[in-house]
Write a protein that binds this ligand. Structure first.
Ligand SMILES: O=C(O)CCC(=O)C(=O)O
Ligand SMILES: [Fe+2]
Length: 315
């Protein structure tokens, strides 16, 4: 199957339920399910019905102890080795902080390291992802956000799906992020903030996407962010939550949940690994929905090969 043939032939314009980056901001209703299919368990590591219901209601779920502390520590060590090697030098996968030469993000560690590749295919993650999305999945991108002690910078409020739709052409919200906490995430070191229930509202953001927007947005996002008024409306309905957890915690984060995170001025780094899994039935449209060009491949994969799980056999 050629890659071009695998793009989704999705109607554009008036039939797009998620029009965004226009002259005005507005809130539209989500038209897609949150849990696709029946939500039936897919293996030994599926969510139980209560966890699945919490995810469906809130748009995220914190699952402690999915990986052991030792596994998280080994992943952090692997990352330190990768960061210290020459392999990332001068590469576009390495993103620096907006105000310093410190590393902010490293994209697609699973393409650089077998250990990260293996965790991306671990059934402890995939059984849950496939249960929610009800199809095979491919990795849209993966990323490590480092948030160094004292100087790791914030991420403004946003919905990931808004960007993936506008700039990467993902037609529908059949996509989620699975985060593995590699360090403690606590109230001090810049944890993720989320608005429970916000995944049910699609915020159509104001402002046309500039060319090459990703070059600025990965360091400091300015397009695809909601106004104060819209945030207040969402927070009035859902309140705010912070995702805290020990190393090895897994966070499942629905693609459209509104989230952001503050600066880390604490003395401890907050380093997290995340994988964005998109349904193979939701590959990009022929063109992005609200940008002149697609973002580069390292941000939005063109390899739609289904992820092959490893680990325990399914039940
Ligand atoms: O690492 C964080 O705190 C937030 C990152 C984020 O939202 C993103 O990369 O889309
Ligand atoms: Fe995000």
């Amino acid at each position: 199957m050629s890659r071009a043939a695998a793009l989704t032939d999705h109607p554009r314009g008036a039939e797009d339920p998620y029009v965004t980056r226009g002259a005005t901001e507005s809130i539209a209703e989500r038209v897609d399910p949150v849990v696709y299919g029946s939500g039936a368990p897919r293996g030994a590591h599926s969510l139980d019905p209560e966890q699945l219901a919490d995810y469906e209601r809130d748009g995220f779920l914190v699952v402690p102890d999915v990986f052991s502390r030792a596994e998280a520590e080994a992943l952090l060590e692997e990352f330190r080795g990768l960061a210290a090697s020459e392999r990332l030098h001068g590469r576009e996968e390495l993103i620096l902080e907006p105000d310093s030469e410190q590393a902010r993000s490293v994209f697609n560690p699973h393409r650089f390291s077998e250990r990260f590749d293996r965790v991306s295919r671990d059934r402890r993650i995939l059984d849950k992802v496939v249960q929610i999305l009800d199809s095979e999945v491919y990795i849209h991108h993966a990323r490590i956000n480092i948030k160094s002690a004292l100087s790791g910078r914030s991420f403004p409020w946003h919905s990931d799906f808004e960007t993936w739709h506008a700039e990467d052409g993902l037609p529908r919200c059949r996509v989620l992020t699975a985060w593995v906490l590699l360090t403690e995430n606590d109230e001090f070191n810049g944890p993720l903030y989320l608005i429970p229930g916000s995944h049910r509202a699609f915020v159509s953001c104001r402002g046309a996407t500039p060319d090459d927007n990703h070059k600025a947005s990965l360091r400091r996002q300015e397009y695809g962010v909601p106004s104060l008024g819209v945030l207040q409306e969402l927070a009035a309905a859902g309140g705010l939550a912070a995702a805290h957890g020990a190393p090895g915690t897994l966070i499942l984060h629905e693609g459209n949940t509104m989230h952001g995170s503050p600066d880390n001025i604490s003395p401890a780094a907050r380093t997290n690994l995340f994988f964005v899994y998109n349904s193979v039935l939701n590959t990009p449209a022929q063109r992005p929905f609200a940008a002149t060009e697609f973002r580069p491949e390292f941000l939005a994969s063109r390899d739609f090969t289904p992820v092959q799980p490893i680990g325990d056999r399914p039940r």
